[in-house]
Design a protein around this ligand. Sequence first.
Ligand code: NAD
Ligand code: GLY
Length: 361
Amino acid sequence: MRILDVALAARSYPIYIDSGLLAQGKLWQPHLGTGGTCIVTNETVGPRYLPALRTALPAPPLAVVELPDGERHKTLANVERIFDALMTAGAGRDVTLLALGGGVVGDMAGFAAACYQRGVRFLQFPTTLLAQVDSSVGGKTGVNHPLGKNMIGAFHQPAAVIIDTDTLATLPARELRAGLAEVVKYGLIREPALFDWLEAHAGALLAGDAEALSHAIETSCRIKAAVVAADEREAGERAILNLGHTFGHAIEAATGYRAWLHGEAVATGMLMAADLSHRLGWLTAGHRHRLAQLLQALDLPLSPPVLTLSRWHELMGRDKKVLAGRLRLVLLRRWGHAITTADVEPAALEATLRAFGATAD
Ligand code: NAD
Ligand code: GLY
């Protein structure tokens, strides 16, 4: 088993990574509170993995909430369903919420845990690759508002992250690829050696090779844990985890959060960020090409939908990193080193948008 630590003083917690961990209650039961549990899952994951988790609990859960599946259900109304279940079960401040699912379930269960009686304990049992390498670590929780994604939320760290790598066996291939995009991100922002490794192991990862996936998960969690430990509430450095996200969120919004998966939009967004970094003289054309080649090998999209320049600007202007009306972008100052900057020459940005198909208004 691989064990990592998210070092946040009193809020520190472990990340356990291994096969079969859902059923290994003895490992994670010490992280439960004293007041019983409430499992939050969804209609796709629940039927597959709820029995193993239930059996491993020291006592039957106080409640099980099975939410509808999908990003469009990441709403306050569904978080209220969790509150209803907790209240009906008479759960106290010592209850522990167990998030069993992908990033949507994890973000909602975490947000419910942040709010219920002003904050209760929760554990993450992530079941998608994206959740295992990114969303279950770091304590960002929340829901979407009809006018914007992840606009309502709270920082609330889990008490432990338990990654059962066996769950990836049932994950649709497209979801696996979307998770791999976030692994590529860690190589680009912090660790060129990870990028080299991904180039050598793309085939094994796509084939679901357990050893390769575990290595990718461990390396990603190690990098994310270090970034979060240095800047828990995104006062600065943590924003580099959003490489490709400003372009990516624009793609997701433009296509109604339906046609593109988040990781797919981030993949194309990272390529656009690399292109812009090249135009600013920070990356070579060879670097940009290597990224395109890797994304292609991972069967991730390289081209955004065709939008007008003003639509790009409108959508990118809604980004949470906009400060005092100024767009801030995460770019690559050099290969393996991301920075956040508000000083991007408009002509360079426009050249990148045009190179990726943006049309005049
Ligand atoms: P998701 O939770 O919608 O899961 C993707 C699909 O896979 C769903 O249909 C789900 O039911 C299904 N699924 C999950 N586990 C499965 C399994 N083991 N076998 C078969 N099917 C399974 O999407 P996601 O990609 O996991 O997460 C995306 C969400 O995460 C977004 O809402 C995004 O905003 C959020 N996110 C949060 C953070 C953070 O730091 N909190 C970071 C990145 C993304
Ligand atoms: N996924 C971005 C973050 O956790 O900060």
